[in-house]
Design a protein around this ligand. Structure first.
Ligand code: TYD
Length: 136
């Protein structure tokens, strides 16, 4: 089973301010098909709470911070994204939730598929069944 992992992105610290960047097939280990972002999340709200059958993703906290909970079915891992030079790769087939958004946080997400609701698994017990049956 592939696990999620943090990628330390390049950072250029300068008296004029800092700069970081990502390149596909390099820091992001896939070809980018889609980019979306989450912002203006009211205090206490969670996002996600689903798995993708076929989508790999990569998340950066461009500003602020939040926690990404990655649930492999039996074990869970929490990644706190609190620097804009951290990226989190999340492989397809894992349940993930994003929570504890700070004020003004901005989550930038890259995916290797076009948007397709049929790729979502939104029911946790269905996710566990599919995992146990080796369907994902
Ligand atoms: P959703 O994936 O449910 O948000 P989250 O998982 O962060 O809670 O998406 C919310 C809405 O945005 C939903 O109506 C579908 C739409 N959407 C798109 O149209 N394209 C996209 O690439 C994404 C991620 C969402």
């Amino acid at each position: 089973m592939q696990r999620a992992y943090i990628v330390n992105l390049p950072k250029f610290l300068d008296y004029r301010g800092n700069l970081s960047f990502v390149q596909e097939l390099d820091h992001i280990p896939f070809k980018i098909q889609r980019t979306y972002w989450i912002y203006d999340v009211p205090g206490g709200e969670n996002r996600g709470g689903h798995a993708y059958k076929n989508t790999n993703e990569f998340i950066i906290a461009i500003s602020g911070c939040f926690d990404v909970i990655v649930d492999y079915g039996i074990t869970k891992e929490k990644f706190t994204l609190n620097r804009s030079y951290y990226g989190l790769f999340i492989p397809k087939g894992v349940w993930r939730t994003i929570e504890n958004f700070s004020t003004n946080s901005f989550a930038l997400e890259f995916a290797d598929t076009e948007y397709d609701r049929n790729d979502y698994i939104e029911d946790y017990s269905m996710y566990l069944n599919m995992k146990n049956n080796g369907e994902i």
